[in-house]
Design a protein around this ligand. Structure first.
Ligand code: GAL
Length: 351
């Protein structure tokens, strides 16, 4: 009998020990190799956007999500509505919650450097999407050649208005793209300025790329120059729209050539109706797919060496720069409609 008791005791002890080791093993395994547990979860990319205010950013968001998910990778997207503190907080939260790589469209090129530092401290690489982050060791910058955007605008306007008074409606001074674009515009205009063929009679940044600020700038340009304006270069279609509204007040819309950027639907419709001369189309599908593929590639721990680089005040940032395309009334079908960026019906009306 006594012996039977000892036997049961041993069996019971055995069970307890086995149960104990399994939990511990799981916990130990989980603690010791958290990767193991996460390895089963697909990678996750964080996309910290500035805004969805302009038409293009809605396309960027949707196309980027599709592209990342097509790699079997998860994506979390935030938009800060032009608020720096909110963008930093949103990125911080994604970093804390756990992402494998951060893609960012900075509202303010300088302020977002703080996010890059935080991401790197957490061992997370950062890709700057379309807009450069200044003064931080960015891992990769992918955008269109923004200087070229300005060159294309200026070349189109000089071809149409070789002599006369020019107005430059710049973009947001917090956005590095606005500075690159302006550099491209003036690189092309300078010889004509030096020859005295053209005069820059107004040159202002537009706070937050806001159409209402562009309207105010253009109204001021018209007033201070007695409406003697011969050409307008606006840094994007939202600001071009504001400028055209100001021209309309003076009954000058359709009289004075206007250049824009982004191939927004309203701008392409203005080109068809004659109140805007041209815009610069940037195939967002190409950009979003390129960034998604590179983000997944880097998030998997792979290396990537870019052909180009841009100095952001801290380092030579490896860069991929895509080609922008000039669009005017002569090639709308071959460009934005052929790419499915807009439909024939949306641009020209009808069914
Ligand atoms: C720029 C971008 C443009 C433009 C603008 C306003 O950085 O390159 O396409 O739309 O922002 O959001």
């Amino acid at each position: 009998m006594k012996r039977m008791k000892w036997l049961w005791l041993f069996v019971l002890l055995g069970f307890l020990l086995a149960a104990c080791t399994d939990d511990e093993a799981v916990v130990k395994k989980a603690v010791k190799e958290p990767v193991a547990a996460e390895a089963d979860e697909p990678l996750k990319i964080g996309f910290a956007m500035d805004t969805l205010k302009e038409e293009r950013w809605v396309k960027d968001r949707n196309l980027f999500r599709q592209a990342v998910e097509s790699h079997g990778v998860r994506v979390e997207i935030t938009a800060a509505n032009g608020d720096d503190a909110r963008q930093i907080a949103q990125a911080e939260e994604m970093i804390q919650k756990g992402i494998d790589l951060l893609v960012i469209v900075p509202h303010n090129a300088e302020a977002t450097a703080a996010i890059v530092h935080k991401a790197h401290k957490a061992g997370i690489k950062v890709i700057a999407y379309d807009r450069l982050v200044k003064n931080a060791e960015i891992d990769l910058y992918v955008s269109f050649d923004n200087e070229k955007v300005g060159e294309i605008q200026a070349e189109a306007m000089l071809a149409k208005v070789p002599k006369g008074n020019y107005v430059f409606i710049g973009g947001a001074p917090t956005d590095n793209n606005a500075h690159l674009l302006k550099k491209g515009v003036f690189k092309v205009l300078q010889p004509a300025i030096d020859r005295g063929d053209i005069r820059i009679v107004y040159d202002q940044w537009t706070e937050d790329w806001a159409p209402e600020n562009a309207f105010a700038n253009m109204s001021e340009a018209l007033e201070t120059n007695g409406n003697r304006i011969d050409a307008v270069i606006a840094a994007n279609d939202a600001t071009a729209g504001g400028a055209v509204e100001a021209l309309k007040v003076q009954g000058l819309d359709g009289e004075i050539p206007v250049a824009g950027q982004d191939a927004e639907l309203a701008a392409v419709q203005r080109i068809v109706s004659g109140t805007q001369t041209m815009t610069v189309y940037k195939p967002i599908q190409t950009l979003s797919e390129r960034v998604a593929a590179l983000a997944v590639h880097l998030a998997k721990g792979n290396e990537f060496s870019a052909i180009d680089s841009i100095n952001n005040g801290k380092s030579e940032v490896p860069s991929v720069l895509l080609e922008p395309v000039a669009v005017d009334e002569g090639n709308i079908r071959e460009t934005v409609i052929a790419d499915g960026f807009h439909t024939e019906a949306d641009v020209y009306g009808g069914d």
